[in-house]
Design a protein around this ligand. Structure first.
Ligand code: 5GP
Length: 227
């Protein structure tokens, strides 16, 4: 998406060969009008995917995800980062290791906000190693719902996340794809093909990714997973 690439070229700062800073319009200060344009683009891309809910992971994904949900006229659900397990709640949980911080957290969803018939569009700001998105997918699959698409603002294509998600059978659309980062260097890959060409891809995971570690409605764990 040219709009996003141009903004990254103008304001993005490569902090290293792996970390891009976009604090001036996405991660710290948020350009609301710009987020609306990104949301409209995601909504257009996934308009025929039967999306019933947009999911994101707190906190940087919230702004573009909310705009996407608004354009699709569906609710937004925010997956929470808890520091420890909730052992007696009606929740799904799975452990994630943060790419930028190197720390772990329990990605958490209150079970009332997902139904087996839901078709979920997951939106996040960055795709690096795919830890966050795979964690969200474990929770979604454990609930019986379908992860019908993944929308990413900035994919760092030199890291393994994209490959991992596609190997698991998910449809991924990234608005900007970075092929190389370094001191003063931000190189983009060509724009993604339209969704129509990808629409028929399968949505069910086929790799050996583990299921979510969950806490069921009774408080007893009912799946063992990725810790
Ligand atoms: P992953 O889970 O794909 O390994 O990493 C994605 C998450 O890590 C994103 O939700 C984002 O918050 C954070 N992240 C990964 N790479 C970057 C980056 O280069 N810059 C910033 N600001 N955040 C990143």
């Amino acid at each position: 998406m040219k709009l996003l690439e141009d903004r990254i070229k103008k304001e993005g700062q490569a902090l290293s060969e792996t970390v891009l800073k976009v604090d001036s319009f996405i991660n710290h200060q948020v350009d609301s009008v710009f987020m609306d344009a990104l949301g409209a683009d995601f909504a257009e891309h996934f308009k025929d995917a039967g999306i019933t809910k947009v999911f994101t992971i707190e906190s940087s994904g919230i702004a573009p995800a909310l705009m996407t949900a608004e354009h699709l006229h569906v609710p937004l659900v925010i997956l929470k980062k808890q520091t420890s397990k909730i052992l007696n709640g009606n929740v799904y949980q799975t452990r994630i290791t943060s790419f930028t911080k190197g720390t772990s957290y329990e990605l958490t969803l209150f079970a009332d906000y997902i139904m087996p018939e839901d078709r979920i569009l997951l939106i996040d700001d960055f795709l690096a190693n795919g830890e966050a998105a795979m964690g969200a997918s474990r929770i979604i699959e454990a609930s019986g719902a379908t992860l019908a698409g993944i929308g990413i603002l900035i994919e760092k294509s030199f890291q393994k996340g994209r490959k991992r998600l596609e190997e698991a059978g998910y449809t991924v659309y990234s608005q900007a794809r970075i092929g190389k980062l370094g001191a003063g260097v931000i190189e983009f890959l060509p724009e993604e093909e339209p969704q129509a060409a990808k629409r028929n891809r399968q949505t069910e995971p086929k790799s050996g990714e583990p299921p979510a570690q969950t806490v069921g409605k009774t408080g007893s764990r009912r799946a063992v997973g990725a810790n």
